[in-house]
Design a protein. Structure first.
Length: 197
């Protein structure tokens, strides 16, 4: 396997995937690179893993190529696991990061510090045209901040304080974030499979 497609149009995710696969001398192309008009498939799964598999299989069938897809999101204990698989569309179908964060902060405004626990979860699925599927899930534990802080990263990073830090994910350098992120946790679990391949 010398090349893999990452089934995303999110520039932040595409950058992380390209950096990871470059370690294995595998060229990684995103949908932004090869098919910006590719239509997203409906995410009908009940879990992050199921949705990652759905996206990877659909794109692998379409492109006849190995594809990696992820489904990731924020799980907040005080909100009974929400936004969960609705992370990108928590405040509406237009996938607006600011609106999503504002909704979380509004719902969490009366929650005490010890009840603000949360985690990012990332499920990664690699689908091969011959039918083999590899799935791994990574996490990053933390808590929800009381306001948005920082300008790095994307998604909910400005309101998520990872365990072991007193700043949000959006205030960390890319190197710091890569060491602790949920996606890199899943990447580390994929390392052995990729070396075997």
């Amino acid at each position: 396997m010398k090349e893999i497609i990452v089934a995303t149009k999110n520039p932040g995710k595409a950058k992380e995937f390209k950096a990871f696969f470059s370690r294995f001398n595998i060229k990684c192309k995103s949908l932004l690179d090869i098919a910006p008009d590719y239509e997203d498939v409906p995410e009908t799964g009940a879990t992050f893993q199921e949705n990652a598999i759905i996206k990877a299989k659909a794109a692998s069938d379409y492109f006849k190529s190995p594809v990696i897809a992820d489904d990731s999101g924020l799980v907040i204990d005080a909100l009974d696991g929400k936004p969960g698989i609705e992370t990108a569309r928590f405040a509406g179908e237009d996938k607006n990061d600011d609106a999503n964060m504002n909704k979380v902060l509004r719902l969490m405004k009366d929650v005490e510090d010890d009840g603000r626990t949360a985690r990012f979860i990332a499920a990664l699925a690699i689908q091969f045209p011959m039918g083999k599927t590899i799935v791994r899930e990574g996490t990053c534990e933390g808590k929800i901040a009381r306001s948005k802080q920082g300008t790095e990263g994307f998604g909910y990073d400005p309101i998520f304080i990872p365990d072991g830090f007193d700043v949000t994910m959006a205030e960390l350098s890319s190197e710091q974030k890569s060491k602790i992120s949920h996606r890199n946790d899943a990447f580390r679990q994929l390392r052995k499979e990729l070396l075997d391949i």
